[in-house]
Design a protein around this ligand. Sequence first.
Ligand SMILES: Cc1cc2nc3c(=O)[nH]c(=O)nc-3n(C[C@H](O)[C@H](O)[C@H](O)COP(=O)(O)O)c2cc1C
Length: 221
Amino acid sequence: MTTQQAETDDSDGAHEERPAAIETIRSRRSGHNFDAEAELDDETLEELIRDAALAPSSYNLQPWEFVSVQDDNALDEIVELAYGQEHIAEAGTAILVVGHSEPETADEVFQQWADAGRMDEAAAEETKATAVGMYDDDRMGRDYGIRNPSLAAQNLLLSAHARGLTATPMIGFDHDGLAEFLDLPEDKIPVMLVAVGPSGGEEPERLPRRDVDEILHRESY
Ligand SMILES: Cc1cc2nc3c(=O)[nH]c(=O)nc-3n(C[C@H](O)[C@H](O)[C@H](O)COP(=O)(O)O)c2cc1C
């Protein structure tokens, strides 16, 4: 068995060898059981964000930022803004995944496309105009600002799980209230709050997932 692979027991008891990444996807949970005494160290926090930022994004615009909160008083405030979800404070770290509703990275990113020789300067300018133009439509801009950071959030969750941490994605919070509490500028979207920290033990069984037969449509809906 290589480090890329993990041996696992399926729920039906079948013994199978799967790539470690698949095992991480299949065993990830939204945990609510944190070790309130243990803390996430700074190096791990930065690794989580590094992994989150490896998510794909439209034109590689990376329209995301992250606000991490570890101060106990601030976490208590966030619990209040999240309608009393105490596990946020128990986790010890809350990370707000923030989305851009404006194409603020476009100049830098399209210059990188050109510098890397992936587009010539003219094509980069033209493609940038198309990409930026999409944000003229408010709905489209907001969709971009949620779709892309949502993938970063999922990377964060998987990275946390692979590192033996517990993490839970959350949208059960007062969006305007949290945006104000964390000083988010007007054009930034509070996409997802992630509570993350060392595990406090077992989680309950996962609820069932819908069958592939029910959710996969072939060729058309
Ligand atoms: C968009 C979104 C919002 C969620 N909001 C919350 C939340 O506010 N609080 C919470 O405890 N869990 C929240 N969850 C976690 C879900 O309850 C959880 O993903 C679901 O029950 C499936 O469980 P699993 O992730 O362990 O497989 C949220 C998940 C998603 C994707």
